[in-house]
Design a protein around this ligand. Structure first.
Ligand SMILES: [Zn+2]
Ligand SMILES: [Zn+2]
Length: 382
């Protein structure tokens, strides 16, 4: 084969013999036997295939860039890098060229137009080649799907924070808002562009949170209940039909927080064992008896809402003098209002050497509250 002669299929000119190692690889290609001569090859040769111009759609609100059919978040201060990426994706170089290198010089024409001067070099048929192309890139500012939905107050799910026989506390309201933002941030971190809070608003009975997807609504609701106890019920409302005629539902997750919260002091209707300081409202209501210091847990059927009345909270407690320890069941303290010495129940958390104790005066009488330290020990142990 080394002595075979080839002729250019276009002009009939003789094609010079190629080096043996070139022929070895070349002979594998079907076109190897019909290679054009150098002149005809370079007549047709197009080093760089570039579009006449490029348009990059970007969201004027959030800065996302549209790639194909998808909007993608980019951390771009300006769009030069985005434009360079778009150009490099749109350019093609001839497959025969080896050692391709290119440089790009962006020329900012105006705020939305960048002219990309691209310089290419390479080697083909052992000859160095170079080419310069200019691609004007237009940054087209619009609104991405997500921002369009946010602007249109779109929401697919409503989370309602309510509480049984009371309104949610400031802490519960604040924490629920925090949880909503956390859930959305977590989803965003996984690249979910459709995660957003449409609106959060306090209402007389609690808080309404409108979110972009049912999944987010559900996550928020169950996380709140995991922290504060209570129940979630969901219901669907048909809101519209989409372009394809499918029914679109909006799902409401109604959270009902338990009637009593940790720190509440309650008097149970069913027993005479004294008031209970609530420690937990998850599962069943749990707490500590203010008369004995013993543990309380509501029966399973009562759950978090046994029949009870609220006497006050731990914060309502006031410091008063511990006059004397009478016996293992009784101590004498000064009534914080009348300063009379009164004999009251002695729960086991009272330090007999203490000079003062915190007491709660309520409809049920005078009771000693555990201090913060005892609190922690008790909940660690329980
Ligand atoms: Zn030729
Ligand atoms: Zn956007």
């Amino acid at each position: 084969m080394s002595d075979s002669r080839a002729f250019c299929p276009r002009c009939g000119g003789q094609v010079p013999e190629r080096p043996p190692d070139d022929e070895a690889t070349g002979s594998l290609r079907p076109s190897a036997s019909v290679d054009l001569c150098r002149s005809c090859y370079f007549d047709d040769f197009e080093f760089v295939d570039a579009p006449d111009d490029l348009t990059v759609p970007v969201c004027g609100r959030c800065g996302a860039v549209k790639k194909g059919e998808r909007w993608v978040d980019v951390d771009a201060v300006d769009y030069t890098d985005v434009a360079i990426d778009a150009v490099s994706e749109a350019l093609g170089v001839h497959v025969d060229v080896e050692d391709v290198a290119w440089q790009v010089e962006p020329e900012h024409v105006d705020q939305n137009t960048i002219r990309m001067h691209c310089h290419f070099t390479g080697v083909v048929r052992d000859e160095p080649v170079s080419e310069e192309v200019v691609v004007p890139v237009t940054i087209a500012r619009g609104t991405c799907t997500r921002c369009g939905r946010i602007a249109g107050d779109y929401y697919a799910s409503l989370v309602q924070l309510r509480a049984a026989d009371r309104t949610p506390s400031a802490e519960e309201l604040a924490r629920t808002k925090e949880i909503a933002n956390e859930v959305v941030a977590d989803m965003e971190a996984t690249g979910d562009r459709n995660a957003f809070v449409t609106e959060m608003g306090e209402v007389d009975a609690g808080l309404d949170v409108k979110v972009s997807t049912t999944k987010i609504g559900k996550k928020i609701a169950y996380k709140v209940v995991e922290e504060f106890g209570g129940t979630v019920t969901d219901s669907e409302t048909l809101v519209t039909e989409d372009e394809d005629g499918n029914e679109v539902y909006r799902v409401t997750f109604a959270i009902r927080l338990p009637p009593y919260t940790p720190g509440d002091v309650v008097d149970l209707a069913d027993d005479d064992d004294g008031p209970v300081l609530v420690r937990s409202a998850r599962g069943n209501l749990k707490g500590v008896r203010l008369t004995s210091g013993g543990r309380y847990e509501a029966a399973h059927e009562d759950g978090v809402s046994p029949d009870a009345r609220k006497l006050g909270t731990q914060e309502d407690g006031v410091e008063t003098t511990l006059v004397t320890v009478e016996d293992e069941h009784a101590i004498q303290v000064l009534d914080p209002e009348t300063y009379e010495a009164k004999t009251i129940a002695r729960p086991d958390y009272v330090d007999p050497d203490a000079e003062t104790v915190r007491v709660l005066k309520s409809r049920a009488g005078l009771h000693v509250l555990p201090d913060q330290q005892t609190d922690e020990r008790a909940s660690d142990g329980g």
